[in-house]
Design a protein around this ligand. Structure first.
Ligand SMILES: Cc1cc2nc3c(=O)[nH]c(=O)nc-3n(C[C@H](O)[C@H](O)[C@H](O)COP(=O)(O)O)c2cc1C
Ligand code: SF4
Length: 679
């Protein structure tokens, strides 16, 4: 029976019928190899296509010119060799009825000059972009003509690769650097009036149309309101939208509101957890109403209900659920099967996007199979033989191990000393802004409960309790305890960041937060303390503070704490703490010299990661078949663990997550998935 779900209705775009209204918007996961979308790339898109997504806009900022070197390992659309690789991606997705397009761009000033071919970045002005820091060359006439032809060449390559269409990127990149009076100081026919500032993009469209014809689909993803003073206003944006429509060369509009030249600007365009959901949806709807053009949009529409509303209300024709698909590539399949409750939620952690700006690949904080489709399953296959798996610890690692083991069909028992599951995640979620983190736990609890996993909360498991279960496999996922023993003297005088976050220690009035872990816990504790009106100094021995929080995640912290009495001190190391009446005297050194200074605080809080809670592991080790040993090769290659170093052992024993060494949520979940998928 045909569904009447608005999301599942087909959409006709020119000659192309897209089978439903859900798309993934262009997002470069930084998976290319040598600038080409090879096997890993194809497997990533194919997984979504298989599960029913209507359209995938591949790449993200695929570069049309040599002087647009990758900012985060982008596809190099200026090379002819891209054609066969893109054809493989396209064919694989088409096989499952998924429409495929690609985003093409020239980054203009939004890149660096010391990459790729060491060509200077170019832009219609010399103005530097805060995020990427290149001082661009102001473009000359021959740069303009050259790049117009580059766009047309790249479009022709994509047509040759069999794609259904292309999208031009015009927010923060070269095209809208021409549009915006903030970034275009050219004289003559490409600068000045709006007509002149739009000439470059219209020339590009003309050149593309000459090469690919009228039938090939060409759209544009553009800022219709830079939401920044002196930039493109909403009224300008509507005028730009109308001019694009009147040109007759554009088949769809993919609406963006905001500017991305700073980290805060980017975060308002792509909101992270704790920020408003779907903040630009109504605006995109206005553009659609005014222009009558096919309209796409994405910006934190993480749940099916909001996506459905966007289409049902006629605000959008195609709704982008991009990060939502990184968290769960099977969204459409689950909607079709009436299993929306099973969708693994995107919690807005934006670990995915923050990683690519740090030179990494895009990974989801709680789906370790995303981007690893060649080695890690999204659907866990059943095991040949049922086994008894006992897990100690119900944090993210323990729960992922329990989820995957139960999907394999095993009998699973989980011991947890606390009354509730979640471990460190439950603490992170104490802050209102990070409350969504608890969904990482809630989703796993629901999945485990549905598969009959037995939980024993409030139970401090001893080795004998585990033995009594007669397990085949024991997984220790007990996590860690805050590690504050970093001082030469005075370790007993300090509190840990977790003490503050958990509410076990009351914040002082004049506080040093010494953070040499550089993760969320340090800033989260500092924010809680600053919220009480206290004076807070955040100190790190590193060159910059909180490196593991990363760019977009830093924004909400800064917006919160910069308004308060908070200062930052970098490159100083806390050495020693002494009591001084009812205050504490800190001896502070530096790794750069023998300099020592003293300062007084009424409280000192240390954030230095965790030390493993591994007692039970070492108690069980002699009783195990493998003496706790992990075969790294099998673990990395995705094969079962078969070490037997103790023939008298009774069970296999493994340790995962922070119970091994302090890392992060993704590492804990990846440990669990790659171990448990082969049990
Ligand atoms: C890893 C990653 C890379 C991205 N790269 C691009 C890009 O190159 N071009 C682009 O237009 N948008 C890019 N985006 C933005 C997405 O297309 C989308 O607008 C954004 O994620 C908001 O939608 P969502 O809330 O559904 O994820 C990227 C997003 C992610 C997560
Ligand atoms: S890392 Fe966070 S924001 Fe990114 S896909 Fe995963 S849950 Fe969503």
């Amino acid at each position: 029976m045909a569904s009447n779900d608005p999301l599942l209705q087909p959409y006709k775009l020119k000659h192309l019928t897209i089978k439903n209204r859900i798309m993934t918007t262009s997002h470069e996961p930084a998976y290319p190899e040598d600038g080409m979308p090879k096997d890993r790339y194809r497997a990533y898109h194919e997984e979504r296509a298989k599960a029913g997504v209507g359209m995938t806009m591949t790449a993200g900022s695929a570069a049309v010119s040599r002087d647009s070197p990758p900012v985060f390992n982008n596809v190099l659309a200026y090379k002819d060799e891209v054609v066969p690789w893109m054809k493989k991606v396209t064919d694989a997705c088409h096989e499952h009825g998924c429409a495929v397009m690609i985003q093409l761009t020239h980054l203009g000033r939004r890149t660096g000059w010391n990459k790729g071919d060491w060509l200077p970045a170019v832009s219609p002005s010399h103005h530097r972009e805060a995020s990427h820091r290149a001082f661009p060359k102001q473009m000359e006439d021959w740069d303009i003509l050259r790049i117009i032809e580059d766009y047309a060449d790249a479009a022709e390559r994509m047509k040759a690769a069999g794609l259904d269409g292309i999208e031009l990127e015009a927010y923060g990149h070269l095209m809208d650097q021409f549009w915006s009076p903030r970034t275009n100081t050219l004289d003559g026919e490409y600068g000045g009036s709006l007509e002149n500032r739009m000439r470059f993009s219209l020339n590009v469209l003309e050149a593309i149309r000459k090469r690919v014809g009228d039938k090939f689909i060409v759209g544009i993803r553009y800022t219709a309101d830079e939401a920044d003073k002196d930039g493109i206003s909403a009224a300008d944006g509507i005028e730009i939208s109308k001019r694009l429509q009147r040109s007759g060369m554009v088949d769809f509009l993919n609406v963006i509101r905001g500017h991305i030249d700073t980290d805060p600007g980017l975060t308002d365009v792509i909101p992270v957890q704790g920020m408003k959901s779907a903040p630009h949806l109504d605006f995109a709807g206005e553009v659609k109403k005014t222009t009558g053009m096919p309209t796409f949009h994405a910006a934190r529409i993480p749940d099916v209900a909001t996506a459905r509303y966007a289409v049902a209300e006629g605000l959008l024709d195609m709704v982008g659920m991009t990060r939502a698909h990184m968290a769960d590539p099977h969204i459409v399949r689950k909607i079709m099967a009436g299993r929306e409750d099973d969708i693994r939620p995107c919690v807005g952690a934006t670990y995915c996007l923050d990683r690519i700006y740090q030179g990494g690949d895009a990974l989801c904080i709680h789906n370790a199979a995303t981007g690893r489709e060649l080695t890690m399953p999204h659907d866990i296959p059943a095991a040949d033989e049922k086994r008894k798996v006992v897990i100690v610890g119900a944090g993210p690692a323990g729960l992922e191990a329990a989820r995957v083991s139960s999907e394999r069909g095993h009998d699973v028992v989980v011991f947890e000393a606390a009354p509730e599951p979640g471990g460190q995640i439950r603490l992170s979620a104490q802050s209102q802004r990070r409350a969504e983190m608890i969904l990482i736990i809630d989703w796993r609890m629901a999945q485990c409960t549905a598969r009959g996993v037995e939980f024993r909360f409030n139970t401090w498991a001893e080795a004998a309790d585990i033995e009594a279960e007669n397990p085949d496999v024991v997984i220790i996922a007990t996590g860690g305890l805050p590690h504050t023993e970093v001082l030469e003297n005075g370790n007993e005088l300090v509190a840990s960041s977790w003490d503050i976050i958990a509410g076990d220690v009351k914040p002082g009035q004049d506080v040093l937060v010494y953070d040499d872990a550089g993760d969320h816990a340090g800033l989260q504790a500092a924010e809680i303390i600053a919220n009480t009106g206290a004076k807070v100094e955040i100190m790190t021995p590193d060159r910059s503070f909180a490196p593991d929080v990363m760019a977009m995640n830093l924004v909400p912290y800064m917006r919160s704490i910069q308004e308060k009495d908070v200062t930052f001190t970098v490159t100083y190391r806390l050495k020693d703490v002494e009591r001084d009446g009812n205050r504490l005297r800190a001896k502070i050194g530096t790794d750069y010299s023998d300099l020592i200074k003293e300062k007084s605080y009424d409280q000192i809080v240390i954030n230095h990661g965790t030390i493993p809670m591994d007692e039970i592991y070492f108690d069980l080790k002699p009783m195990s078949l493998n003496l706790g040993e992990l075969d790294h090769k099998a673990f990395v290659d995705g094969h079962p663990q078969r070490i037997t170093t103790n023939a008298d052992g009774k069970f296999q024993l493994f340790r995962i997550g922070d119970a091994v060494a302090a890392r992060n949520t993704h590492a804990a979940i990846y440990d669990a998935l790659r171990l448990a998928k082969d049990l």
